[in-house]
Design a protein around this ligand. Structure first.
Ligand code: FCB
Length: 442
């Protein structure tokens, strides 16, 4: 059956600075927490780092060409704070700004709308040395950085996002510790959550003051979860994990409160006037979605919850993430009900599979099927009334997948790292047809 997407549906592709740029020590860029973390033995699989990544810093022209050929209406990228402010604050690095000038201008010239995300995890190391996100001062310093960016790019970039997956910044960076800066401290997670919410609020306020008419949001992350059993402990663990991983940011920013399971723990961190800052009007509701999971109580865990691997035989991606498009449809419906009628954008969805280059081609049938099924869920959600306005695939390119280094490939374009050759996969051509207006066949 051939089905069409809503009129004006926006097709896009997403990337992130540290995952693709490389040029880690070039043109005055300062170190980020990910440089330090990835260079610490044992932190990233195979000792991989983002030093070179996809060398996008030098190959941006070719990458914009790939986007143009893909026929997408938008490209979501992030700007590296340590390229702009090598010490996190203070002296601005003009060369860093110039790199994004070139990129933004090339995108506009190719008729691709730039969607600029201010923070995709590469905090300047200098600010980690001042305590990182658990330090409330970072909220103001983030807004200062946002101010520099909007004064430079606000004339050309209309779509802005403050953070990518603030939940993972707080939880994985300061709780699980498998992401930079690698702490394992429950109190730090809670403090980071609040600082990031404040940072978002200050930044949105400032962007609007500097330039009315911008379209501003935050990029949340939703992975629905269910308790492993109906035992009270599992139910409680699941609710806490839902509060931290799914609700702590959108609830705060849209509803102006923390979800019940963390409310008491957050209370001492909230100062007078904080809600007024945090709860800024958003122009869109955006989130990333990959999978769903099951949760059980775990007495040894920092938060007493643990993710349970899927039962044998469950369809999973190369990440071990459950493939379940119906869960995606449900997330869109649930978000719409909980957060209201804002235009909804899916700013990341995609999958890693073991890709192989055969005769210069990559026939990634599993990824094509994944995208087809997940895009079917988008059509279903739209039919149920969800105002879903666009879908951005993760990712344009294979790239540095954080703690898993270059081992996992999420791109619709294959990157041969030794030569930096880009090879569009079958999924790229599949996506291109849709972006050009073809209906979804399912
Ligand atoms: C998301 C991140 C993105 C990428 C994908 C696979 O959580 O935002 O950078 O790593 O997962």
């Amino acid at each position: 059956m051939a089905e069409y997407f809503p009129d004006g549906f926006l097709w896009g592709a997403s990337t992130a600075s540290y995952q693709i740029e490389g040029a880690a020590r070039e043109d005055g860029r300062g170190p980020s927490i990910w440089d330090i973390f990835s260079h610490t033995p044992g932190k990233v699989l195979n000792g991989d780092t983002g030093d070179v990544a996809c060398d996008h810093y030098h190959r941006w022209r070719e990458d914009v060409g790939l986007l143009k050929e893909l026929s997408v209406g938008a490209y979501r990228f992030s700007t590296a704070w340590p390229r702009i402010l090598p010490n996190g604050r203070g002296a601005v690095n003009e060369k860093g700004l110039e790199f994004y000038d070139r990129l933004v201008d090339a995108l506009l010239e190719a008729k691709i709308e730039p969607w600029l995300c201010l923070y995709h995890w590469d905090l300047p190391q200098a600010l980690e040395e001042k305590g990182g996100w658990p330090n409330r001062d970072l909220a103001r310093w983030f807004a200062d950085y946002a101010g520099i960016m909007v004064r430079r790019f606000g004339d050309r970039v209309r779509h802005w996002a403050t953070f990518n997956e603030p939940n993972n910044v707080a939880y994985r960076g300061y709780g699980e510790g498998d992401h930079a800066p690698g702490h394992r401290d429950r109190a730090k997670v809670m403090r980071a959550i609040h600082t990031i919410n404040l940072a978002h609020g200050h930044a949105v306020k400032l962007l609007r003051e500097e330039r009315p008419g911008l379209v501003i949001g935050d990029i949340f992350n939703f992975g629905p979860r269910a308790p492993l059993t109906d035992r009270e402990q599992d139910i409680g663990a699941c609710a806490l994990s839902d509060a931290i991983m799914n609700l702590a940011f959108p609830d705060a920013q849209v509803l102006g409160s923390y979800p019940e399971p963390i409310r008491d723990e957050m209370a001492p961190l909230i100062e007078d006037g904080d809600w007024h800052i945090i709860k800024q009007k958003l122009d869109y509701f955006a989130f990333n979605h990959y999978s769903r999971s099951r949760v059980r109580w775990d007495k040894d865990h920092l938060f007493h919850f643990a993710r349970v691997p899927p039962p044998p035989g469950t369809p999973v991606t190369e990440m071990g993430w459950i493939i379940d498009p119906a869960a995606f449809r449900q997330v869109m419906i649930d978000c719409w009900k909980r957060y209201g009628d804002l235009p909804m954008y899916i700013l990341e969805n995609g999958a890693a599979f073991r890709d192989q280059v055969i005769d210069g081609k990559v026939h990634d049938a599993e990824r094509v099927k994944f995208l087809r099924d997940y895009l079917g869920a988008v059509i279903d959600a739209a039919a149920a009334g969800v105002p879903v306005k666009g879908y951005f695939v993760w990712s344009l390119l294979d790239n540095f997948e954080w703690a898993l280094g270059y081992d996992k490939r999420f791109g619709i374009v294959y990157v041969d790292y030794p030569t930096q050759k880009r090879i569009p996969k079958d999924s790229y051509y599949f996506f291109r047809e849709l972006a050009r207006g073809a209906p979804l066949d399912r």
